[in-house]
Design a protein around this ligand. Structure first.
Ligand code: BEZ
Ligand code: MG
Length: 545
């Protein structure tokens, strides 16, 4: 009996491990930087076409290529064209009727990948000449962005969220709440969401739609087909409480999506006024609690959409972390609030609130937050590729930690995968580290770019460090493996030294900082070794300059 149980547990563990390996293996990663003005190489093209062929596109009547045939079929297509690929699919039991539309799409994409108008358009722009417009999006999600080198246009904000984005977002919002509930035994009463402009352009408002679902409202279009209002989804239909949502929107979002900012604010105020039990409507619960306890105005208690002061952008948390200009972690959260505590929306008398400083309102709203979240919608840019994810999601999480006196659960979605996945921040950091920073395919791809490539590796490590500083979300092994891969491997260290000793030195310093600030628990001997490497790089740099 016991033996059987042991066997079952072992099987379950092996299966869980297998699933994790498959997850890393299937992760789409860019294996090099884009070079301005250069068309894709054959290898890059094949990889990209495979990714494009892995998604159903009902809007253009295209089905994803079956996983087991995808690699072979795309290679055949690249080598011998549409007809040959369709024939191969027929031999594998897929009808020509189903296969042809996929390869027609790949044919069109392939042709446009061949053209590269970037340099030409750039020169035209400098001359003040016309540059043809084109949509901005993720290439896998929307191949219509090709050819590149066009004047990227955004979106009509009144069209956001699109019907498709709203439909898609129901399952994301539910998965997010289910994940929290599984770990905490109940729903979170309040969540903090980060909304960015470019992401909501690319997805036609997925992030916005997720916020609306959490509140339990749906967008309503007016006679001109503009999304200018919301209506409550009845609780019986929703089947769960309405979550209080604190939204921090980027400066870009505020500028591009002014009507959407109004829509989100309107949604919160509508939900606060619904005559519903307080345990089913956390917005109402919190707003009225605050009105009673602090004798404040409903208008002030219902502020939930925050951004920078008009004309300002960013949280600056990234700069503070990158420059090591901080002593206590809470400074990072405080800086976030200082930069982002400007309220946007409309009060109950219909007067516009356009960037009014509302620090107390933000402090109160964040003090109730139990989970923070950001939607990730692209494979090209992940949470360690740029410093913006940790400045926003990390920044808000750190601000919550002090105000709520508890670290929030931190989640990210992965809506690019075919089945929506919600991951904790820690899981996402691990996955990104395995798929990118420590993946030879990724770093060798970067090193082909020489100086810039080493800078990219260093910047991934610093961005990873940003998740330690703002959220303590990085395991010790990650720093240890970074040291082993890039510094304690002599031939690798030599390559980094030759290509870019400045970034190599910064990388060592960042690891020493991780240890010094208590984010990396490792043997003193390892630290001594790093100091030694640091000194030798300093000698080299002094010799160079
Ligand atoms: C945005 O699209 O809103 C955004 C872009 C880069 C950094 C932060 C925000
Ligand atoms: Mg730790």
């Amino acid at each position: 009996m016991n033996e059987e149980k042991g066997q079952k547990e072992r099987d379950a563990k092996v299966f869980a491990l297998y699933e994790q390996l498959v997850e890393i293996e299937e992760r789409l990663i860019p294996t090099g930087l884009h070079v301005f003005g250069r068309a894709s190489s054959a290898g890059e093209k094949t990889d990209l076409l495979k990714m494009i062929a892995s998604f159903d596109r009902p809007e253009v009547g295209v089905r994803a290529l079956p996983e087991d045939l995808r690699d072979e079929a795309v290679r055949e297509f690249v080598a011998n064209g549409v007809d040959a690929a369709v024939l191969l699919m027929e031999q594998r039991g897929v009808s020509a009727e189903e296969a042809r539309p996929v390869f027609d799409l790949l044919g069109a994409v392939s042709e446009k990948l061949q053209t590269n108008n970037e340099m030409d358009s750039f020169v035209r722009a400098l001359r003040g000449e016309f540059v043809e417009p084109g949509p901005g999006a993720d290439i896998v999600q929307n191949p219509d962005i090709l050819p590149t080198g066009r004047n990227t246009h955004a979106i009509n904000p009144y069209a956001v969220p699109s019907a498709a984005a709203f439909t898609r977002s129901e399952v994301v919002a539910n998965s997010l709440l289910d994940r929290y509930k599984k770990e905490n035994g109940r729903y979170p009463e309040a969540m903090a969401l980060v909304l960015w402009g470019l992401d909501n352009i690319k997805t036609q408002g997925e992030g916005v739609a997720q916020a609306l679902w959490l509140l339990g409202v749906r967008p309503v279009r007016d006679a001109l087909n503009r999304t200018t209002a919301v209506e409550a989804i009845p609780l019986t239909e929703l089947g769960r409480p309405r979550i209080d949502v604190v939204m921090t929107v980027s400066g870009i979002f505020r500028d591009l999506f002014s009507p959407t900012v109004q829509l989100l604010d309107k949604a919160v105020r509508l939900v606060a006024q619904l005559d519903e039990p307080l345990d089913q409507n956390y917005v109402r619960k919190h707003v009225w609690q605050q009105v009673e306890q602090e004798a404040c105005d409903v208008d002030d208690a219902a502020v939930r959409v925050f951004s920078n002061a008009p004309g300002n952008y960013g949280t600056n948390v990234n700069f503070m972390v990158m420059d090591s200009q901080w002593e206590h972690e809470e400074t990072l959260g405080d800086l976030f609030v200082t930069r982002k505590c400007f309220a946007y929306g409309r009060d109950s008398k219909g007067r516009a609130i356009e960037g009014r400083e509302a620090r107390v309102a933000m402090d109160r709203a964040l003090a109730r937050v139990e989970a923070t979240y950001q939607n990730i919608d692209t494979f090209e840019i992940g949470i360690t590729d740029v410093d913006h994810y940790f400045e926003y999601l990390g920044g808000v999480s750190k601000a919550v930690e002090k105000r709520a006196q508890a670290r929030p659960a931190i989640y990210l979605s992965d809506t690019l995968s075919r089945d929506v996945k919600i991951r904790t921040l820690e899981e996402t950091v691990r996955l990104e580290t395995r798929a990118k920073t420590l993946n030879p395919k990724w770093y060798e791809g970067m090193l082909k770019h020489g100086f810039r490539g080493v800078a990219e590796i260093e910047s991934h490590v610093s961005n990873t460090f940003g998740w330690s500083a703002t959220a303590d979300a990085v395991d010790d092994w990650i720093y240890s493996e970074v040291a082993n891969t890039f510094l304690f491997d002599e031939s690798m260290l030599d390559r980094l030294r030759d290509l870019n000793p400045h970034s190599a030195h910064s990388l060592v310093q960042r690891l020493l900082e991780a240890n010094g600030r208590g984010y990396w628990d490792v043997d003193d001997s390892v630290i001594d070794q790093l100091r030694e490497i640091s000194r030798s790089l300093e000698d080299q740099l002094e010799g160079v300059t």
